[in-house]
Write a protein that binds this ligand. Structure first.
Ligand code: EPU
Length: 334
């Protein structure tokens, strides 16, 4: 384990926002797991935060008087079965590297999650989802260090309360489980059923009829590249706002108001765009002109400015359509 002190969180997260963290612990091997609590106690650290590669997280300007714990383990193992492959993947593996391994083995299940910035260990936390797939459907087991008992535990997918951008890891059990390894079981073969609209359109426009996993993952990467900023070059944290979900009873009202929706999911990017906010800049943060749920940090360096920008955007949408926007990324220490 590597322990560093007084590290700027803005340098650990893709939104480039956040003050100083007292400690950063880098976990390099499973043999480090039993020592984490001991090292925290030795420094009298009472608070900790598990971070992947910071693609969906930032911190307030006052930083974090605790330890940020980062999984640096990067192993991938796979075991072939008759119709499926079981992948056992360390939490520190880059998510898209794992997707490539699965498509190389002609497995379906996560090919539409190609190109999502982040790590494998972070994927279950917000149950990453895109282009019709959600990671919850691919996970069989999660291996975690339980910070309450200081024991390693195995959690099955149905113990994690997964739903849209939600799990026990970002709600009821926040901070409790350090996910160090995830097991996925993926079927060999091709995706079934209808494809996500913009993905199908890309395939049609390019005369692609194959549904092979690697063909679909390449198509997803192309669609993403045309809409979403690459956090390596442009500071952002992906979709900043979640899509709003309504009750079944409210669908009729959406139709009356001419608001596009997919079942109970309101196309919230549309709400933001149709509030006249697309491409507008607030306190250094730009509402992406390609995907309105995304905020790009063009020139800001404070969380205070982010809060002001978010409050203006949310107020404008609520006044126009009556929907409250909800933030997607996590804030360290909040
Ligand atoms: N729309 C607009 N204007 C916009 C953006 C969207 O009118 O500026 C409307 C359109 O009607 C469009 C619909 O919203 O058809 C859906 O748009 P899109 O396919 O671009 O997806 P999204 O709802 O904006 C969500 C996820 C993305 C994911 C895509 C594709 C959330 C918060 N975001 O975005 O995930 O890649 O679907 O599945 O659910 C992320 O979470 O960081 C992320 C990028």
């Amino acid at each position: 384990m590597i322990i560093r002190e007084n590290i700027k969180i803005s340098e650990l997260v893709t939104m480039r926002i956040g003050g100083v963290a007292r400690y950063v612990f880098e976990i390099e091997d499973e043999s480090d797991l039993p020592n984490i609590l001991e090292e925290l106690n030795a420094r009298n650290v009472k608070e900790w935060y598990f971070l992947g590669c910071g693609a969906n997280t930032f911190a307030t300007d006052s930083g974090f008087d605790g330890a940020i714990i980062i999984n640096k383990m990067k192993g991938i193992k796979s075991e072939e079965k008759d119709d499926s492959v079981v992948f056992t993947v360390d939490g520190g593996v880059d998510w898209d590297d794992f997707v490539r391994e699965t498509t190389l083995k002609n497995c379906t299940g996560v090919e539409c999650l190609a190109g999502i910035p982040g790590t494998v260990g972070a994927a279950p936390v917000q149950n990453i989802g895109a282009y019709g797939q959600e990671v919850k459907n691919a996970i069989s087991r999660i291996f975690a260090l339980d910070m309450e008992s200081n024991e390693t535990v195995e959690l099955k997918a149905d113990e994690c309360d997964f739903s849209y951008r939600h799990s026990i890891f970002n709600s009821t059990s926040r901070g409790r489980y350090f996910i160090y390894k995830v097991e996925f079981e993926l079927r060999k073969g091709e995706i079934e059923g209808e494809l996500y609209g913009s993905l199908q359109k890309y395939l049609d426009d390019n005369n692609i009829t194959s549904r092979e996993p690697n063909v679909l993952s390449d198509a997803v990467r192309a669609v993403r590249d045309s809409k979403l900023p690459d956090p390596k070059y442009i500071a952002s944290s992906g979709s900043f706002f979640k899509n709003v979900y309504v009750d079944e009873s409210e669908i009729e009202k959406l139709d009356e108001m001419g608001i596009p929706h997919h079942g109970t999911k309101v196309n919230t990017g549309w709400l933001i765009e149709n509030s006249g906010l697309k491409g507008k800049v607030f306190y250094g943060f730009k509402v992406s002109d390609k995907a309105s749920l995304v905020l790009i940090n063009e020139s800001a360096d404070s969380y205070e400015d982010l809060e002001k920008a978010v409050s203006e955007i949310s107020k404008t949408v609520e006044e126009k359509f009556g929907f409250k926007l909800e933030q997607e990324p996590n804030v360290i220490g909040k």
